[in-house]
Write a protein that binds this ligand. Structure first.
Ligand SMILES: *Cc1c(COP(=O)(O)O)cnc(C)c1O
Length: 225
């Protein structure tokens, strides 16, 4: 077992707990999603063996190549842009799709999916940056309603990626916007997840109400290629 990985995991869990306490919550209110993109299946397996339950991947191809090798108790989250032509191949492996952002994607999933509904978060572009995926804040309610109506998906909340630049103020504003958008869709689900915060901004996100943080670099180091 990689001692360094274990230490980094413990340190992140500690920081999550402290940030949760600052927001008047306990560590159980915030779920860590370990983002393993570009890392081999063996790295995912090591995390699962260390007790990490939630694994995030952002590309369909990586999910298809790694997921069949994994053993144990874990849930896979698709957190990246999902092309409609790749939906069929990832559906068997994912428990969560955090990047629902358009009607066509919802229709495609509905057409293909059999079995119990997949947990779905609607991704919102809260920073207005053009490079970002996600629906606009104006479209959010409508997409959430489509998810809530779908028999293939269970509407579970909202996801966003903080701005690449702009520092603490802009980043917090983006997270606050997601929290406010969640207020608008409270009627659609009894419990709403707010997936926001990555390696560089997860403590701000927790203070703004995140219930899921997606952490890659801080846990695993630089990207493997
Ligand atoms: C890569 C990625 C993350 C993790 O980012 P880090 O900065 O490495 O922690 C989180 N969310 C999404 C959607 C990602 O693609």
């Amino acid at each position: 077992m990689d001692e360094q990985l274990k230490e980094r995991l413990e340190s992140i869990r500690d920081r999550i707990e402290i940030a949760a306490q600052r927001s008047g919550r306990t560590k159980d209110a915030v779920k860590l999603i370990a983002v393993t993109k570009t890392y081999p299946a063996s790295a995912l397996q090591e995390l699962i063996d260390l007790g990490v339950r939630d694994i995030g991947e952002n590309r369909a191809d990586e999910i298809m190549s790694k997921a069949p090798e994994l053993k144990g108790d874990y849930e896979l989250h698709m957190i990246g842009h999902l092309q409609t032509n790749k939906v069929a191949r990832v559906l068997p492996y994912v428990k969560w799709i955090q990047s629902i952002d358009r009607q066509r994607l919802i229709s495609r999933i509905e057409f293909l999916h059999r079995g119990s509904p997949i947990n779905a978060l609607v991704e919102v572009n809260t920073s207005g940056e053009e490079s970002k995926t996600g629906c606009t804040p104006q479209e959010c309610r409508q997409i959430c309603e489509l998810v809530a109506k779908s028999s293939a998906l269970r509407f579970c909340g909202l996801m966003t990626i903080g701005p690449l630049e702009g520092g603490e103020k802009k980043t917090r504003e983006a997270f606050m916007m997601l929290r406010e958008l969640a207020q608008d869709v409270k009627d659609l689900s009894p419990h709403l997840e707010l997936s926001m915060g990555m390696s560089g901004d997860f403590e701000w996100a927790i203070e703004e109400g995140a219930t899921m943080v997606r952490i890659g670099t801080l846990l695993l180091g630089g990207r493997h290629k």
